[in-house]
Design a protein around this ligand. Structure first.
Ligand code: SAM
Length: 265
């Protein structure tokens, strides 16, 4: 029978900035669940969570799995989801916490929720504030203005994708652009050049792009560095950087549709 087992799972996001971006409902789960299982890299946010959780299990050490021969990020994510499930099978109410939004570029929470439900546990996700939410606020762009495309950088590179250069483009994880090993946490000038070469099919090399890094605590500065697309291979692109590419062309009216709409009731 569904949801018949003792133990519940909730996946929450801690937001991008320390403490202040954790929603009240997420905080109440952190405080009241039997255990918080978390992958929160910011040390201050982690210490704060440890202070309010009844029990805290840190998943960050699992990233060293990638150093082992034959293992990659998929093994790390599987082991993190399995750790969450083990706490649930022990009959605990589990809060799994991830930075940003727990379901945006965070496959562990999706895996854990699917596994938990398949085993008959109750499991759900609470939304959080993602890097994309912060960049809309910090850079001052409204996705409604031109529409927005949002995708993972390496996915864009290795698949045949159709870009719309009249819409805003957000590329996540440019800091690991072109990593096919699923083991590395960096990129290279050569791989960034290949990214630029592919983007240059739709954007001129002198098109302005933005390297964005949201501040993660009050003493940190938000990075909004504007540069030409052609200069990207030599820029400092970090694991936390998000690449923002504003539209390169104005939208063109679809006159045939306008005529049909004008004639419609
Ligand atoms: C594994 S994803 C995690 C996303 C996160 N769950 C969220 O909701 O934003 C990592 C990517 O998120 C983006 N990111 C993480 N921290 C960021 C920050 N401080 N500022 C801007 N983007 C960030 C970068 O694109 C980075 O490569």
């Amino acid at each position: 029978m569904q949801n018949s087992k003792k133990g519940k799972l909730v996946c929450v996001g801690t937001g991008m900035r320390m403490a202040g971006q954790l929603t009240p409902i997420a905080q109440s789960y952190v405080e009241t669940c039997d255990v918080v299982v978390a992958a929160v890299p910011n040390i201050f946010a982690r210490k704060w969570l440890q202070g309010i959780a009844k029990e805290y299990v840190c998943l960050l050490g699992y990233y060293s799995d990638c150093d082992e021969e034959g293992k990659d990020r998929r093994d790390t994510y599987r082991r993190m989801a399995d750790t969450i499930l083990a706490e649930l099978r022990a009959g605990k109410n589990v809060c799994a916490a991830f930075y940003g939004h727990p379901g945006i570029f965070a496959c562990i929470s999706h895996m854990a929720i699917a596994d938990a439900r398949a085993e008959g546990f109750s499991a759900h996700m609470e939304p959080g504030i993602s890097a994309e939410d912060c960049l809309v606020a910090d850079i001052g762009i409204d996705p409604a203005k031109t529409g927005m495309q949002s995708m993972e950088t390496t996915q864009f590179m290795i698949y045949e994708r159709c870009l719309d250069p009249t819409a805003l483009l957000i590329l996540w994880q440019p800091g690991i652009a072109g990593d096919l090993s699923l083991k590395r946490f960096d990129t290279s000038t050569q791989r960034l050049q290949l990214l630029v070469d592919k983007l240059a099919r739709d954007y001129p090399l002198d098109h302005e792009v933005i390297l964005y890094e949201a501040a993660t605590h009050p003493l940190e500065q938000t990075r909004i560095d504007r540069l030409c697309l052609g200069d990207l291979p030599h820029a400092n692109v970090k694991p936390i950087t998000t690449l923002v590419i504003p539209p390169a062309r104005a939208m063109k009216i679809d006159q045939a549709m306008m005529d049909l709409l004008n004639a419609a009731a």
